[in-house]
Design a protein around this ligand. Structure first.
Ligand SMILES: [Zn+2]
Length: 243
């Protein structure tokens, strides 16, 4: 005959285990999340640092280009002055004068265009400089945050690990020698697949793990208390409040 007392005892052990395992599961979940959070923060820092590097690069390139334009126009201005001087010395030669004036007009037009381009670049340099300052502040803040978080997380996970280890020891005690290995195996499989909740109360024929109503025969078998009964829907080990 199926043993009523044995089933009750097994259920009692499982319930006391479940109480502990719920918290243990949460701790282990926390421990898993710590490195994920570190990775997330490191990634954020990397993205902002890259944006900063990109802005610095653009800023440098724009400054180099501006310098090139300035050097070019300086040379063109010297050339204009030289041509103006030569033109004034050759007033007698009308054809030559026309040629000089033609070249001077061309050069002045080029200088005007270059100055306009240079002005646009000055605006761009101003904009990029402001962006660089803002990004530098963002990166510095993220670096500070990351280093603080890393330090805290080390302490935190050490603390959590200590707690988890203490709970593991308590768990071993509770498992004791009383639980049949196949029952423990089933229970632990459920623990893993049901996010730390291997057991569920049956309340008014509704499983409190998945909130699905169970057929009457499940309730009858559970009330008889001669075997472990699983919820047909979520598979959790069921118990009644009185049990
Ligand atoms: Zn269920």
């Amino acid at each position: 005959m199926p043993d009523l007392r044995q089933t009750l005892k097994t259920l009692k052990t499982l319930k006391s285990l479940q109480e502990l395992d719920r918290d243990l599961y949460r701790l282990q979940d926390e421990l898993k999340r710590f490195p994920q959070e570190v990775t997330r923060k490191r990634e954020k820092l990397r993205v902002e640092s890259e944006r900063l590097a990109e802005v610095v690069k653009k800023l440098t390139e724009t400054k180099v280009r501006l310098k090139e334009i300035e050097d070019l126009t300086t040379g063109q201005r010297v050339r204009v002055r030289k041509l103006e001087h030569e033109a004034s010395e050759s007033r007698a030669d009308a054809a030559l004068l026309v040629a000089f004036q033609h070249e001077i007009r061309g050069l002045k037009r080029d200088i005007g265009e270059a100055e306009e381009e240079g002005l646009g670049m000055l605006g761009e340099i101003e904009r990029l400089s402001a962006e660089r300052v803002a990004l530098q502040a963002v990166v510095a803040e993220l670096e500070k945050e990351f280093s603080l978080y890393s330090t805290n997380i080390d302490k935190e996970s050490k603390h959590t690990m200590d707690r988890a280890q203490a709970m593991e020891r308590e768990r071993k005690k509770r498992v004791g020698a009383e639980l049949p290995p196949d029952v423990l195996g089933q229970y632990e499989k459920l623990l893993a697949s049901r996010e730390g909740q291997a057991m569920a109360e049956l309340d008014k024929r509704v499983c409190q793990g998945c909130y699905v109503s169970v057929p009457n025969n499940i309730y009858v078998r559970l009330a008889r208390c001669t075997e472990l009964v699983h919820c047909p829907s979520c598979g959790r080990i069921l118990f009644l409040r009185e049990a």
